[in-house]
Design a protein around this ligand. Structure first.
Ligand code: SF4
Length: 426
């Protein structure tokens, strides 16, 4: 059963007058257990929707609609399936012990539904028999799986969960059921790099099309989880890892025509190497995992430059984290040349999590306010849209409106790629 949290204006549910709080029990006789069921079950042209009001009255709605038109129901959030592992490098455990962060940041989710819907990486260690059955019956493919190591002992040492050692059996089960996997390795030096990594690469590659990609990302340590026996990769370890990945890529490119195995942007940066162009990442969409995000931004800005108007006299500042800094400085120069605007970058260290966290998406509202202090006389400030949740709150619960108030007359706009805001600026 799901309960309606919101109705999209002008939608079918709006026309029917379905009220917020109404429970949806079933559609066409099939139970609606959660938002994912609602998504699947509303796809038919003819629907019989069984509901229950807050007063316990059962109402049935018969609906005819085009097959692809959604009902316009936004359900209350589902109960998240929690993680049952205890990874020493867990980023959730790396949150500061403050009650001022967004509550969701303290949730250790390991939910295969979110994996299918939003590309969250899951470990498969908390799946019950009915979850497996659902994955196959609803064909929840692709799924995103944190493999870390195919060596059972190493994976057990990393996840500290007896159920983690059967990862190869679980991947084979998914493959037999026709479920494709995007795999990831979070690389912890001295634990799953070197020979363990090459074995993991080989084991996953041997599963053919069932493993669509493998991302290798460096362990992310904050000031709060850096004392748990896991350390960051050195520059040399990053270079050795890139060589391992390159060998896998050479084989995959020759045999399958795709690179298949991808290093996260941060590995190149920590190795002190230039980031590869967008072609390195094929057409894989792994940016939310920090894989190809910088190259993608560079490409979007370069191809969007021609859409920018003359902005002579406009003063623009773009806020970013330290990993994106050098690339953003180059893009700012390109934009300034093209538009005549003054374009500065405010490259901002993360004072909440510490210097090991370098992405713009994890900069707090406080960090943004500090970074923008010297730019209050500018016209426009661009902040990463990835730093805000769907209620426009930064990670420390500071809202975009709070930030705007603190910045006085400076116009603060969330942006995905600079071009989106600057091309529409008046
Ligand atoms: S699987 Fe993810 S959420 Fe769970 S303990 Fe490990 S890092 Fe944390």
């Amino acid at each position: 059963m799901i309960r309606i949290a919101h109705i999209e204006p002008g939608s079918i549910a709006d026309d029917l007058g379905l009220p917020v709080g109404l429970a949806i029990l079933s559609i066409n006789g099939q139970p609606v257990r959660d938002g994912l069921d609602l998504l699947f079950r509303q796809a038919d042209e003819e629907l019989v929707v069984e509901t229950e009001t807050a007063a316990g009255e059962r109402l049935v709605y018969e609906i005819e609609k085009p097959p692809d038109e959604p009902l316009g129901i936004v359900p209350e959030p589902d109960k998240i399936r929690r993680c049952t592992n205890a990874c020493p490098f867990c980023f959730v455990k790396g949150n500061p012990k403050l009650d001022k962060l967004r509550a969701g940041l303290y949730v250790k989710d390991d939910d295969y539904r979110l994996s299918f819907l939003f590309g969250h990486y899951v470990t498969l260690t908390n799946l019950r028999p009915d979850d497996w059955e659902r994955i196959f019956s609803q064909r929840l493919s692709p799924l995103y799986v944190s493999v870390h190591a195919t060596d059972p002992e190493v994976r057990l040492a990393m996840l500290k969960n007896p159920r983690s050692a059967g990862i190869e059996r679980d991947l084979d089960r998914l493959a037999r059921g026709g479920i494709v996997v995007h795999a990831q390795v979070v690389l912890c030096p001295g634990v799953n790099d070197g020979r363990v990594l090459t074995r993991t690469i080989d084991d996953l590659y041997a599963r053919g099309e069932a493993i669509r990609s493998l991302s290798v990302v460096p362990v992310g340590l904050t000031s709060y989880n850096a004392d748990r026996g896991v350390r960051a990769l050195t520059a040399e370890e990053c270079r050795v890892t890139l060589a391992d990945i390159d060998r896998a890529r050479a084989r995959a490119l020759e045999e399958r025509g795709t690179g298949w195995c991808y290093a996260a942007d941060e590995i190149f940066l920590q190795a002190g190497l230039e980031l590869p162009g967008r072609e390195y990442f094929d057409d894989q969409d792994l940016e939310s995992n920090g894989v190809g995000a910088i190259s993608s931004l560079v490409e979007r800005v370069r191809t969007g430059l021609s859409r920018l108007p003359d902005l002579g006299g406009t003063r623009v500042v773009a806020v970013t984290g330290t990993s994106m800094g050098p690339s953003l400085e180059r893009l700012a120069r390109d934009i300034a040349r093209r538009t005549g605007a003054t374009v500065d970058t405010a490259i901002t260290p993360n004072t909440l999590y510490g210097p090991g966290v370098t992405t713009a998406g994890l900069l707090s509202g406080e960090d943004h306010a500090r970074a923008l202090e010297p730019y209050r006389h500018f016209d426009v400030a661009l902040v990463s849209a990835h730093a805000l949740d769907d209620r426009e709150r930064f990670i420390d619960d500071v809202t975009l409106e709070d930030l705007r108030r603190r910045c006085g007359g400076l116009r603060v706009e969330p942006s995905y790629d600079l071009i989106d805001v600057l091309s529409a600026i008046r």
